[in-house]
Design a protein around this ligand. Structure first.
Ligand code: UDP
Ligand code: MG
Length: 334
């Protein structure tokens, strides 16, 4: 295929088109007003735009909301995934449908301030940056345990892969080149933040305060966060696997020391004592083997899923009043 997009230079003019990709999951109460707020900012600043709203299999009325928006507004394209695939897959669907010269990814709950959009577009158009990323200057209201876990998680990623995601967010504007490069990454398990850090290009950071959610509640349960964290770590680094080898080496030295002590006891006639040591050893060795196997298992599952090569998402419906786009399952609107 070649590296076509590296030479591809999008013209950066006042008329360049901005695609805004927004994943939507169970946001019926406020999605309409959120889009209107964002749209107002774009109109006031005379930005040429299109919205790609991706319904990630919501079970409430979110789809009906975004469907009617797409029917009445030619600048809105609404896509419905066939089930809940998770935010990362929804973003991926949006990126693949976006046609703009630059693509902005943001949340539907106005936690990413729309007032920053003109500044981001300006950095792209006038300063020539390929990626303009929103960086959290404060993380908003959060539970302290969650904050601590997040800190540890980012520290681990930073130490093992040299990618600093500590303050990164999914609020990001990417040039067409960067989007094409992103789309070229073949993995099935997506971690948007990490993958868009990995691609590089000329980047600019813009600070923002995470606003409070307009309505509804966060979709990230503790279990989902853990799953995201495990996925992110195993996508980025094989350090946990090397830790197993290290553990084995440490235990081997322990084994030599204890072996010498056991033989010494045997030859000097005190071999019956040491029952506690045996139990402790059983427990330590048993549990470290199980943890190690588990860790290998996690990587194995990852490989298994990648090898199966299933699509990252399935689109069941796509509504756009401007042109009828074909969809992946061939279903029509209901
Ligand atoms: N989201 C999604 N699929 C999911 C969970 C969330 O598309 O399975 C979307 C959600 O609609 C929102 C964005 O991802 O636009 C961020 O979600 P949320 O506000 O719940 O996360 P938080 O801001 O608390 O990290
Ligand atoms: Mg949110």
């Amino acid at each position: 295929m070649g590296n076509l997009y590296y030479d591809m230079n999008t013209k950066r003019t006042k008329n360049s088109k901005l695609s805004i990709v927004i994943p939507v999951y169970q946001e019926e109460s406020h999605i309409n007003s959120s889009i209107r707020v964002i749209e107002q900012v774009l109109i006031t600043n005379q930005i040429n735009y299109e919205f790609i709203l991706v319904d990630d299999g919501s079970r409430d009325h979110s789809w009906n909301e975004i469907k009617s928006m797409a029917e009445s507004n030619p600048r809105i394209i609404s896509i419905r995934l066939s089930r809940n695939f998770g935010k990362e897959s929804a973003l991926c669907a949006g990126l693949e449908y976006a046609k703009g010269d630059m693509v902005l990814v943001m949340d539907s709950d106005l936690q990413h301030p729309p007032e920053l959009i003109p500044e981001m577009v300006k950095a792209w158009r006038e300063e020539g940056f390929d990626v303009v990323e929103g960086v959290k200057s404060s993380r908003g209201k959060e539970n302290p345990i969650y904050r601590l876990c997040a800190k540890f998680f980012y520290y681990f990623i930073y130490k093992t892969s040299d990618i600093n995601l500590g303050k990164a967010s999914d609020f990001k504007l990417m040039d067409r080149r960067a989007v094409e490069a992103w789309k070229e990454m073949p993995e099935r398990a997506i971690f948007f933040r990490g993958m868009s850090a990995w691609i590089g290009f000329d980047r600019k950071q813009i600070q923002f305060d995470v606003a409070e959610r307009v309505n509804g509640k966060t979709k990230w349960s503790f279990v989902r966060l853990i799953r995201l964290a495990v996925n992110a770590i195993t996508s980025y680094t094989s350090v946990p696997l090397h830790c197993i080898t290290l553990l084995g080496i440490i235990m081997f030295f322990g084994a030599i020391a204890l072996g010498i002590q056991t033989l010494y006891m045997k030859f000097f006639g005190q071999a019956t004592s040491g029952f506690t040591t045996v139990i402790l050893l059983q427990l330590i060795i048993g549990s470290s083997i199980m943890v190690s196997l588990g860790m290998i298992g996690i990587y194995l599952t990852k490989i298994y899923k990648e090898v199966k090569g299933r699509p990252r998402y399935l689109v069941s419906k796509c509504i756009s009043s401007k042109e009828s786009r074909s969809d992946k399952l061939g279903e029509d609107e209901n």
